[in-house]
Design a protein around this ligand. Sequence first.
Ligand SMILES: Cc1ncc(COP(=O)(O)O)c(C=O)c1O
Length: 487
Amino acid sequence: MGDKTGQTYIVDALKDVPKYIRWCTPSILPAQKRVTDVYSTDISVSAHFLGSYVDNTGIFKKAHERAARVYGADRTLFTVNGTTGSNFIVMRMISLENDAPQILVTRNIHHSILHAAEWLGVRFRFIKCSYDPQFESLIPPRPEDVLDTLNNYPESNAVIISSPTYNGFVARIKDITKAVKNFDKEIKVIVDEAWGSHLHFSDSLPESAMDAGADIAVQSTHKEGGSLQQTGMIHWKEKYVDSDLMLAAFREYVTTSPSYHLLASLDAVTAYMERNGKRTVEDMLKKSQHLKDLLGEKVIPPMRIMDDSLELDLVRDYISGYDRAKTVVALTKFRETGFEVASILAKKYRIVVEKGGLNTLLFLTTFQIKEEDVDKTAEAMVKIMKRLRKTDKKELIPNPFKHVENKPVIEPHVARRVAETIGRKVPLQDAIGKIAAEHVEVYPPGIPVILEGFRITQDNVRYLLKVKEMGGHISARDPELKTIYVL
Ligand SMILES: Cc1ncc(COP(=O)(O)O)c(C=O)c1O
């Protein structure tokens, strides 16, 4: 059947969004000052009297300067391509500053950093990370893990840590920064704080990266900071960061036609949080706690919650704390997967969770979640859980990175180039021992298991097939995993 002429797919689909209870990004701050008519106020740099976003002048400069003050940075820039774009800008700055740039990255790093590094010819080496199979969660490295890797690669220019992690662990950024600076002051500590825009405003949450002394922090303000989807901020301290280079990288990357409405939302959120940040975050955390309490009382046993103090005790050495806006529950004692429960919640109850994994569900408490949403969600979970089937032997996903080396055989940017001429497609089993010419990502946890330029091991292949068999999602040229590209 053909579609109707003039049908609008996206416009129509968005009409239903307010009907859903959304435990997911974006975390829109309801009270932010709004542009009332988006269409009649859309404008470009031709209105030169407003200043230029790209050149950081006029109203944009003022908004950036205020944001730096409010978020505890020396300098701040707004971005309109999420933390993905911010990571490209920061990586460009590193490549402008160094002749043979090299970074150390945690194994749970977002793929935008790896892609930016490949594009720009920045070499990367991995810092080892542990993994919790029950909560499908990567555990941040300890300062000694970072130092171990630095001792192996002392010529590195930056250490990049992902914190908070997708599941809510906050790394020991203060201790890691101290350790790195003791090793070599010139090595930058960069925190991918996509999930941490709210941390700075709360005394009861772990410190933000800027407060903990990191050099650079990139945030997806849309995720937990209150602004519209796609918006983010790059914050930095000027002591070890060359602001001219950062601004040069920014000018090279950003669009010359940014949406002023997205930028306005970042400005509005900053203004609101300057006055009301503490109260707003505490209110949101109260609702999050209420959800945890209700799930704990009525639904959970034998389900587990990730920030239960007994669970956190197991990882105290690795974290400075937990982002309690997140509620991650494990379905270890049930046969059903998180994908299945998430799908029932959406279809039957119009409740959307941030993510369902094979064994987990993640509820993200956003600023727009209401008290009644918490009650309705707990009620829905009570009904769903009654129908789940218990088991004592659920199979969990093992550590996906145990067998991945921390260094490629061929630098990934070189592998990408030569793949065009000598790359070939082979059956997956035949790929063992060969060098990968593509990324293969597995969800959960959503991080590449096979990377261009790295050797494919028997364990990699076994792991991929296992996750696929268990119902996980594979992102690759051939998601069926029959074939893979190698050199
Ligand atoms: C750690 C981390 N960094 C970066 C990103 C990309 O952020 P954005 O969606 O704002 O581009 C994500 C997205 O989920 C993320 O989890």
